[in-house]
Design a protein around this ligand. Structure first.
Ligand code: DX5
Ligand code: ZN
Length: 234
């Protein structure tokens, strides 16, 4: 496959990286979580992604707030809490108290998008809204102006290690188009199925942040993988 030149989308004119990598701890080694988190930071990941699941909104249970709390003083990386839960209203404050830096709830889980975004900001956190692959962007239209983050899940929600759903690329492009046309400021995150074969297209379509779990934690040399991704070499 011909590799396109990603310089323009990965770096700005000063040569600073625009694209960020977020390590999803769903695929970390829970017996050595502290070690794996340090590994992600040392490898050059800018963010940590914490998947909080309730066994109701998604058919899986993962990462409780005690884990978020345990990471409080363990890392300087930004901690994004991805709430894959029903009734997110009830968990905004506890998640903020546990030490998440940003709180991302699902647009499908509540009709009160703007209210939640404002509540999260009032708590001094970055506010994000997420969508499953199947949900049209139109559904979160009212949230886009005020959201700090829009997270597009790119696999069936709830599990790591799946293949990316191809139709998601055009949704990333659509989010990018709305953002530039309307002058919005949200960061576009893509979450799921990111690996050596998918990351380039995700960036080209508009993703600012690549969330990756199995690819990063499963790589033999995470630092090398991160460096190669950032250089567009993979
Ligand atoms: C899926 C989760 C993702 C997951 C991604 O519902 O939100 O964060 O950890 O895992 P990979 O990168 O393995 O697809
Ligand atoms: Zn996630």
């Amino acid at each position: 496959m011909m590799k396109t030149n990603l310089t323009n989308v990965m770096k700005n004119v000063k040569g600073e990286h625009l694209m960020k990598l977020s390590a999803s701890i769903l695929s970390a080694d829970y017996l050595n979580l502290g070690k794996d988190i340090r590994r992600a930071g040392e490898a050059g990941c800018e963010l940590l992604h914490l998947d909080i699941m309730d066994g109701h909104f998604v058919p899986n249970i993962a990462v409780g707030l005690c884990i978020v709390d345990a990471l409080k003083n363990e890392t300087g990386l930004r901690k994004d809490a991805h709430l894959m839960i029903s009734n997110p209203e009830a968990m905004i404050e506890p998640t903020a108290e546990a030490g998440a830096d940003s709180i991302i709830f699902h647009g499908e889980a509540t009709p009160h998008h703007l209210r939640l975004i404002r509540d999260i900001k009032r708590l001094g956190k970055q506010a994000g809204i997420a969508l499953t692959p199947e949900t049209p962007i139109e559904m979160i239209r009212f949230a886009l102006e005020e959201a700090d983050i829009v997270l597009q899940v790119s696999v069936c929600v709830g599990f790591g290690g799946q293949k990316i759903i191809q139709q998601v690329y055009s949704k990333l492009a659509q989010l990018q188009e709305i953002k530039s046309r309307c002058g919005y400021a949200y960061e576009i995150q893509v979450d799921g199925g990111i690996n050596a074969f998918t990351y380039r297209k995700a960036i080209e379509c508009g993703a600012d942040v690549l969330v990756a779990g199995s690819f990063l934690f499963g790589s033999e040399d995470m630092k090398k993988t991160v460096e190669e991704i950032k250089a567009g070499l993979l």
